[in-house]
Design a protein around this ligand. Structure first.
Ligand code: HMG
Ligand code: MG
Length: 296
């Protein structure tokens, strides 16, 4: 039997947050429905962050309220602080994601606090999460390089990952936010993190800025990682990471995984159709390769 790899679809959050075209609630809902129909079991549905900082994620509560109950599909939302967590709980979220970075410079630009200060916010988020039985995933941005301070030390990533594990994150997603990683630097970073965090608690979140995402994901596979974040049509980037192109396209990752003999539970024809739909919503063509190669 094929080994299973879990894809965390981040297009409706990480993708749309950086597109200049603002979607309506109805369009965001339709995109999530189509992604669920592809077979996705984890779809990041939005963010309870300040709409002054990221206007694209405003109205996430309305998005959640408009979605049907999909059996077996998790719809995590991003929360930066207790205020976001309260909003997520009020909107009925069952899973959230907190986020910090391996570079203080980036974290300050992204959230107005240092990495250490972000832990204080997370303690408040966890108080609420524990009271309400909500699962918390943790993101670390800039795990290989930072747009403001350059190279990031693998030891720093490992230190932050250990902290997120210790405070109770069920999974830690390692984000190459600006896509500067190569297989060598990705493996070096993973080697350091794996000394602190068991492999089954890790996910890799690659951006394709320099076309290295699939190579880096393969490096992650070789190191035992079996959870990868990806974005339909390669939408997005990061509003506080100048020059970051989108997350790696989901359909490109799934194509590689299928060819390498892994199972994802995702239906390729629907992924392709959805990528074209997602791209059309933001007035682009799909950013990956496979959506073009397999278009019917
Ligand atoms: P701040 O200005 O320091 O916050 O922003 P504050 O506590 O001083 O509050 C200022 C105002 O914001 C107040 O309103 C608060 O009520 C409001 P005012 O009195 O001015 O009217 N506020 C909020 N409003 C809505 N939702 C909230 C919230 N909190 C406070 N949760 C804050 C701090 C964290 C809010 C801000 O910096 C922020 O929202 N940042 C979000 C940045 C973001 O979403 N970035 C993208 C996601 S990270 C990413 O993409 C990377 C990742 O994908 C992995 C990777 O690729 O590397 C995860
Ligand atoms: Mg990202």
């Amino acid at each position: 039997m094929s080994e299973f790899v879990r894809i965390v679809e981040v297009g409706p959050r990480d993708g749309l947050q950086n597109e200049s075209k603002m979607l309506t609630v109805a369009q965001r809902v339709e995109l999530i429905k189509r992604l669920a129909d592809c077979g996705h079991k984890t779809i990041e549905a939005g963010a309870f962050v300040s709409p002054k900082w990221v206007p694209q994620m405003a109205d996430t509560a309305s998005v959640l309220a408009s979605l049907p109950k999909f059996a077996g599909v998790n719809l995590p939302v991003l929360v930066p602080n207790a205020r976001g967590m309260e909003d997520a709980i009020a909107a009925g979220a069952k899973e959230v994601a907190i986020f910090t970075a391996a570079s203080d410079e980036f974290n300050i630009k992204n959230t107005n606090v240092t990495i250490a200060e972000s832990y204080k916010r997370f303690a408040e988020v966890f108080d609420l999460a524990n009271q309400h039985g909500i699962k918390v995933r943790g993101y670390i941005s800039t795990v290989v390089g930072c747009p403001y301070s350059g190279d990031v030390k693998a030891a720093k990533v490992a230190e932050v990952a250990a902290k997120l594990l210790q405070i109770g994150c069920y999974e830690i997603s390692l984000g190459d936010t600006i896509g500067v990683g190569t297989p060598k630097s990705t493996k070096k970073m993973l080697k350091a993190v794996l000394e602190e965090v068991p492999v089954e608690k890790l996910a890799l979140h690659c951006h394709d800025t320099y076309g290295q995402a699939i190579a880096n994901i393969y490096a992650g596979l070789e190191m035992g990682i079996r959870v990868f974040d990806a974005s339909t049509a390669g939408l997005g980037g990061c509003p506080y990471a100048k020059g970051a192109s989108g997350n790696v396209a989901t359909e490109d990752v799934v194509y590689m995984l299928n060819c390498e003999g892994f199972e994802t539970g995702l239906a390729m024809p629907k992924l392709i159709e959805t990528a074209h739909y997602a791209a059309s919503l933001v007035g682009k063509s799909p950013q990956g390769k496979v959506a073009h190669a397999l278009k019917v």
